[in-house]
Design a protein around this ligand. Sequence first.
Ligand code: ATP
Length: 353
Amino acid sequence: MTEIVLENLGKKFGEFTALNGMNLTIANGEFVALLGPSGCGKSTTMNMIAGMLDPTEGEIRFSGKKMNGVPMGRRGVGFVFQNYAIFTHMTVRENLAYGLKAQGESASQTKRRVDDIAELLQLTDLLDRKAAGLSVNILQRLAIGRSAVVEPSIFLLDEPLSNVDAAFRSVMRSELKALQRQFKQTMVYVTHDQLEAMTMADRIAVMDHGKLLQVGTPLEVYNNPVDTFVARFIGAPGMNLLKGHVGSADGAASVDLGATGRTKVVDAKSKGDVIFGFRPEEVKPDPKGELHMAVTMVEHIGARTILHLMEGQHEAKAVLPAGSDVPNQGDIFHFNVPGTAVRLFDATTERAL
Ligand code: ATP
């Protein structure tokens, strides 16, 4: 097991800064997801941890030992990419055994460990099949198994599920989490899919434009995003963000949302212009609610109903609680947002207040 420390880590490609001043400590056996949109610097960070890229600034340490300049082969990392090269002429068993043989593991140990990992990843029935004939889903599962079987102290996965289909992705999310629990490796997982990060990671590092914006448990980043970018990026749908104005009415702080209405807030730390944030899941339908918006679309996604709402310059979404009356498109929807669910952001800097 290994602790990873990134200290003021930076990477420039010529004049372009792909990563700037990243500080992050990943504990022994922790599962951290690097989450952010395409181009935010996730893969660059990962490639520097792996030893495939040299930082232009800062330091990488594994359990206190400086890693800058140490080649990939000597870092003890396992790496799974989006498209991992499997040896297609070999069987599943030969692929899984490859790294163990290279390490000089005995035949009996190799067999035992290959059998164990095959069982964990549901590959047992396929052990004697040639990799060439297997589906993309199975090949990716095999790629993960092949890296995991050698039990690297650090396991790096860069979007390993982006090419597998949706149903398989959800199965693999549980399997990867189980794999990590079993091996207790330090795991860094790159993804642009907030659901993957939310469901698997102990902590999520949210990145944008080469910067680390926030690190926290999935609930921390969901409940207390540091800015409107994180608020929008986490959650499906993301947080609603409406321009408003904090003032006092009847002696209590409240937010004026123009045509949408006016609602009390529990703890308005500032007066003046704000961005009023609330999760679609926190919307409470109420015919006498303080807020109202027109329904522009009703989406039924399995058991969930999502309302698309609009009023003046404001747009929002609401996830209706099970058993709610579902309004029709064109109706005016009245609702409340509980004061404890309100998040306020500075109107100019867009940082949480
Ligand atoms: P994606 O999910 O699309 O891979 P990412 O968050 O992993 O995105 P990176 O691959 O780390 O992003 O890239 C960050 C930025 O650095 C991008 O703008 C990319 O174009 C740029 N970049 C990456 N590698 C190089 C390189 N070798 N030379 C020049 N620019 C690069």
